[in-house]
Design a protein. Sequence first.
Length: 355
Amino acid sequence: MKALVLSGGSGTRLRPFTYSMPKQLMPIANRPVLEHVLENIRELGVSEVAVVVGDREPEIAAVLGDGARLGLELTYIRQDRPLGLAHCVKIARQFLGDDDFVMYLGDSMLPQGVKQFAEEFAERRPTAQVVVHRVADPRSFGVAEVAPDGRVTRLVEKPEQPLSDLALTGVYFFTPAIHQAIDKISPSARGELEITDAVQWLVSYGATVRAGEYTGYWKDTGRAEDVLECNRELLGGVQRSVGGLVDGDSVLIGHVVVEPGARVVRSRIVGPAIVGAGSHVVDSRVGPYTSVGRDCRLRDTAVEDSIVLDGASVSQVPALRGSLIGRSAAVTSADTGSSHHRLVVGDHTHVEVAA
C-alpha cells in the first residue's frame, strides 16, 4: 500500500497565519499538523508517500525533507491550482500505479490513528473504504449514508436535510478501481473533480464501498479555534520531561515538557504544557494547555490555553488566554492589570495591548 497526502489549498479560514505559512505546518503540541498525519501513516506500515502540494511546496519540503527523519520516502507532486481532491489522485496516477493506497487530508487530525481501518480494508477487500465520524451537525460535511452491514449506500456533500450523522473525516482507502471512477466523473459546479462524486460513482455501479466509524478525537484544523482545541487534546497526552534548565525559584506542576536548551527562571509552569528548545521563560506563568515553540522569549507574562509559535516574544502581558501568537511576533504591554486578552497575531507582527 502507498499513501497520498493532500497538502495544497490556501487555508483562508486560518488567516492571517496562512498568508505566511501553509496551514498544514501549523504546530499542534509543537509539531506541524503534517508530521502528525505522516506519523499515523507510518503506523500503517506504509513507507512510500506522495505529498500533493501547491505553491507553498518549498516551505513544506523544507520542513519534511525527503521523509527520512520520519521513516518515510516522500515524493512531492505539484498541483498548480486547486482542482479538487479527485484531481489530486489523477495527477498522482504514475506514483500510485496499480497499488492500493490510503488518501489522507493533510489538515485532518485523528490522534488515535487509523490502523484499525487499514486492517479492515486489507481483510475485507472492498473496492473503497471511507473513515467516518459522528457529528452533531452534518450539514457542514460530506456525509455517508450507511446500511446496517457497513456498506455505503450514498454520499452527499453538505446536505441541507441530512439522513445520516456520519461525516467523512478525510481518510479514504482505495483500490485501483478509483482511477476508473475518476475518469468517468465531470467537474462539479465549483469546477473541481470531487472525490465524493468518484466514490458515489463506484456505489452507483455496484462496487462495494464500506464505512469504518472512527470514535476517537477528530478535528479539521481549519480555524484558529480548531487549532487551539486540538492543541489541548494532544497536550493531554504528553508526559513530564525536563531536558532544559529550570532554576530553584521555578515550579513545574504536572506533565510539563521543557526541551533541551530551554530555560525557565523564576516561573511557574502548569501542565500539560511544552516549552520548546532554546526558549526562555522568565518571571512568568505558563499553562495549562500551552505550547511554547522554539526560541521564544516570555517575560513578566501569564499565558494559558495558547500556542506561541517559534521565535515569538511576549512581555509584560498579565493574562493571555486562548491565543495564537505567530512566528517571530512580539506582544508587549505597558500595563500590569489583571484583564485577560485573547489574541490571534500573525507572523512577524508587533502588538502592544493595554489592560
